[in-house]
Design a protein around this ligand. Structure first.
Ligand SMILES: Cc1ncc(C[n+]2csc(CCOP(=O)(O)OP(=O)(O)O)c2C)c(N)n1
Ligand SMILES: [Mg+2]
Length: 371
């Protein structure tokens, strides 16, 4: 018995080769000006800098944890730059590039990882839901939200679409598969954007799926495609098409962005214990920033002055991230009770007053006692 689903070579949608050559793709034509390409390059470089500063801040004890996006910049910037202000995104916990594109200040992102906020931003103001740690749950939230958009009649060419981000590991979760099915049967305007970074902590891709992830969409009855996740132009073109499809009332799409987590899972992890360094070297050759830089240089679309100005801006942002992180105020201890429920709740009120009493018992024992 032959099993073509598992063994046929998958097609990878690519517009820009790792050498920086623009090949384009017949199904995903992309009209983009030189200014827009330079803006994408700037996004990629600045987001990588915010990320590397955050890793250093964790190492210096300023953050409790950080989940690095290193290597996934193009998947995030390309897809998020395809969104409009009317769209809503539901991220996981590594989507710092998406947050950047949705206008979240780096310090707002750092707050949660420093343990000083319960979330960090107003989801409606930015069109970005809060970070979600419960793997795959955001796919259901996004599907429900998309069904709400549908019921509000906020669809059509100028309407809203929804996108949700999750990883390869999340495709093994029931929540994600339920979301696929629910979105399909309800024709919900949602794009499932899977960043397949080849690893779910220490579990490699072949422990998650025998068939390529994007092919699962066929089983639920909607289109799926694999895009080169290190090619910012391909990610932009494919996500734009998927969002347009959702807006036009054609339901969900699964986009598998084939990429690589170049760093550790989080700052708590040591990948040298479970993966070979040769694998990382292979992916370094496909670096998303390098290939866009090569394209800009090869076509004379950017000169040294441009690259230097972006690097200088990155230095300024690095400095800003370090300063603002250290200046983030500690919350009042009792604030933790304020955002548990939207409505007053007797159980929470009881816990609040018990905790207030406990804190008061430290009075006179020094300011640190209550903290
Ligand atoms: C429901 C649930 N199960 C397990 C975990 C623990 N956990 C945290 S991250 C992770 C791996 C996720 O891998 P993937 O979906 O590929 O995302 P990536 O971290 O690679 O971006 C797991 C199992 C969790 N947070 N939530
Ligand atoms: Mg992963």
């Amino acid at each position: 018995m032959s099993d073509t689903t598992a063994h046929e070579e998958p097609e990878l949608i690519q517009l820009l080769t790792p050498e920086g050559e623009l090949t384009g793709h017949p199904d995903y034509p992309l009209e983009i000006s030189a200014d827009e390409v330079r803006a994408l390059y700037r996004d990629l470089v600045l987001v990588r800098r915010v990320d590397s500063e955050a890793v250093s801040l964790q190492r210096q004890g300023e953050l409790g944890l950080w989940a690095s996006l290193l290597g996934q910049e193009a998947a995030q910037i390309g897809s998020a730059r395809a969104l409009t202000d009317r769209d809503m995104a539901f991220p996981s916990y590594r989507e710092h590039g998406v947050a950047w594109c949705r206008g979240i200040e780096p310090k707002e992102l750092l707050g949660m990882f420093r343990g000083v906020t319960n979330g960090g931003w107003d989801p409606y103001e930015h069109g970005l839901h809060l970070y979600t740690i419960v793997i795959g749950s955001q796919a259901l939230h996004a599907t429900g939200y998309a069904m709400g958009v549908q019921r509000d009649g906020a669809v059509g060419e100028d309407g809203s679409a929804v996108i949700t981000y999750f990883g390869d590991g999340a495709t093994s979760q029931g929540d994600t598969n339920e979301a696929f099915n629910f979105a399909a049967v309800n024709n919900a305007p949602v794009v499932f954007f899977c960043q397949n970074n080849q690893w779910a902590i220490s579990e490699p891709l072949d422990r998650q799926s025998r068939a390529p992830i994007y092919r699962r969409a066929a089983g639920y009855g909607f289109p799926g495609m694999r895009v080169d996740g290190n090619d910012v132009l391909a990610c932009l073109a494919v996500t734009r098409a998927a969002l347009a499809n959702a807006r036009e009332g054609n339901g969900p799409t699964l986009v598998e962005a084939y990429t690589y987590r170049m760093g550790a899972h989080t700052t708590n992890d040591d990948p040298s214990r479970y993966r070979a360094s040769a694998e990382l070297d292979d992916w370094k050759a496909k670096d998303p920033i390098l290939r866009l830089r090569r394209y800009l240089e090869n076509h004379g679309l950017a000169d040294d002055t441009f690259f230097t100005s972006v690097d200088e801006e990155a230095d300024r942002i690095g400095e800003q991230v370090r300063t603002e992180c250290r200046a983030l105020p500690d919350p009042e201890p009792l604030e933790i009770f304020d955002e548990v429920y939207a409505e007053p709740n007797v159980h929470i009120d009881k816990q609040r007053s018990e905790f207030a009493e406990y804190l008061a018992s430290f009075e006179g024992a020094g300011a640190e006692g209550g903290r």
